[in-house]
Write a protein that binds this ligand. Structure first.
Ligand code: AP5
Ligand code: MG
Length: 188
């Protein structure tokens, strides 16, 4: 299975991605995790990306597309993968479409995890990552609304979008996700 996971900051993408990749044996490709690892390793790309991340802005498309383009060619992606936090702009989605068309490996589904903004603030305030300060959370939400939310329509038109209610316990939400993924993984 090849899955895209979309949702605002704090929606629970990372939390549920862990369960999904274990359950369905997929590679977990989180661009946020990759960028934080590059920042911590103090690579040139990582340090440049940190300027955007720490202010809640998106890292430029060409940087992200190059990272994902290389990652998708690694052998662990062959059985399938979950893209967590990519694509995040229409340009990234178009670049992904081109890569996947070239490889003959289309997406199976796009999951949207929908959570209201007041709940996102509560969740992120309790976590404490470097970009979880209130003013940075606000900017991340603006970036989501302006740059990422248009992807919902993009994938709806492609017939790929499934929206999941992201309020409830982790177990409840995971069951909702299963009702979308099980039929795909069983090939029906
Ligand atoms: P990224 O790392 O992707 O962060 P994000 O989208 O802001 O989302 P988070 O990781 O904060 O939240 P999440 O949805 O994974 O929720 P989580 O499971 O952690 O991106 C960070 C930055 O990197 C971006 O701002 C950008 O600069 C850059 N970047 C990354 N990808 C990029 C791209 N493609 N293009 C350009 N730039 C890019 O849960 C959050 C909290 O809620 C946790 O504490 C969790 O325990 C809790 N929680 C989860 N589920 C529940 C529940 N059901 N009930 C109660 N609490 C819950
Ligand atoms: Mg995450």
């Amino acid at each position: 299975m090849r899955i895209v996971f979309i949702g605002p900051p704090g929606a629970g993408k990372g939390t549920h991605a862990e369960r999904i990749v274990q359950s369905y044996r997929l590679a977990h490709l989180s661009t946020g995790d990759m960028l934080r690892a590059a920042r911590d390793a103090r690579t040139e790309v990582g340090l440049a990306a940190d300027k955007y991340m720490s202010s809640g802005q998106l890292v430029p498309d060409d940087v992200i597309v190059a990272i994902i383009g290389a990652r998708l060619l690694e052998p662990d992606c062959r059985p399938g993968y979950l893209l967590d936090g990519f694509p995040r702009t229409i340009a990234q989605a178009e670049a992904l479409d081109q890569m996947l068309t070239r490889q003959g490996t289309p997406l199976d589904t796009v999951l949207e995890l929908a959570v209201p903004e007041d709940e996102l603030f509560k969740r992120l305030a309790g976590r404490g990552r470097a970009d979880d300060k209130p003013e940075v959370i606000r900017q991340r939400l603006v970036a989501y609304r302006n740059q990422t939310a248009p992807l919902l329509d993009y994938y709806r038109k492609a017939g790929l979008l499934s929206s999941i209610d992201g309020l409830g316990t982790v177990e409840e939400i995971f069951q909702r996700i299963r009702t979308v993924l099980d039929p795909i993984s069983l090939g029906s």
